[in-house]
Design a protein around this ligand. Sequence first.
Ligand code: ADP
Ligand code: MG
Length: 341
Amino acid sequence: MELLFLILIISILFLIFFTKNKPNIVSEKSYYILGTLINLKVFGKESEKAIDEAIERLIDIDNKMSAFKESSEISKINKNAGIALQTVSNETFSLIDKSISYSELSEGAFDPTIRPLVSLWGIGTKSERVPTEIEINDNLKLVNYRDIILNKDDNSIGLKKQNQSIDLGGIAKGYAADEVVNIFLKHGIKSAIIDLGGNIFVLGNKNNESFWNVGIQNPFMPRGEHIGILSLKDKSIVTSGNYERFFIKDNKAFHHIIDPKTGYPSSSNVISATIISDNSIDGDGLSTGVYIMGLDKALDLIESIKGVDAIFITNDKNVFVTSGIRHNFKLSNTEFIYNNN
Ligand code: ADP
Ligand code: MG
């Protein structure tokens, strides 16, 4: 009898030990938020809870910052362009403020007031088309990040001219990814892969052992075909590419990253710009900007920023990798030429 009791106690203790230290509780969920497919894969005891909180946070960011939602703070600023400033939340205020610093850094290539041109082209929407020269010139006049008025005293933001409008599509996903990382860390998550429509953040190690492997998309091939692999932990990997969203008219492809100097989709020699950084907000802001700037300026800019690296692919299949990330990247597709300068 006593032996039976002892066995029972030992079994219960074993059970408690194993459920508490279950090595790999993993949760994976997909959603459609921020106009994109979100996939979160999280390891750890609180993975479910962490994902639920992250999703709530992403919906909140979308509601505040989407230019497509009538009631968002961005829409309110846009509706009041040339009329009045609009009080916004701290986070919207700081994201716009940060966007302006990326405009300055990229010499105006990244411009959050790009929306009139983005709407005119309508790429990825039912109304996508090649606009006339006149339409492009009229809308170009409205694009200028220097026309954003920021009033720190009451957190209000405005635009100087009527019909100007803000689009944070080039940076909001980066900010959102950082918010998800913070939530995961708060829940003690040590391993996760956060994918916000191709904006990737790899948290910790994969299965607590090896680095995460992230494929760099081949810009000439369908999604999922890679030119090589990046092996990393605790980094954001954000790519701006011509293959993300585009339409074809008269055998010519028109993609969704607009050069604020010309009003046309960027035609620099860079067709894919991947930024590797600690914070995804930096990766997102920079990837859109350097894509437009062209290879030489882009390489110089990224090499000058400490802790930020890049992989650029040019239209003639050359791959350029900045100095800090060369050990982590392996080019596997032999059609591409590796440049090490
Ligand atoms: P994606 O959103 O496809 O991952 P990006 O981060 O490069 O890629 O952002 C592209 C989006 O940014 C466009 O869909 C548009 O909303 C916006 N955008 C386009 N051109 C510019 C630009 N020159 N500056 C800032 N934002 C831009
Ligand atoms: Mg971007």
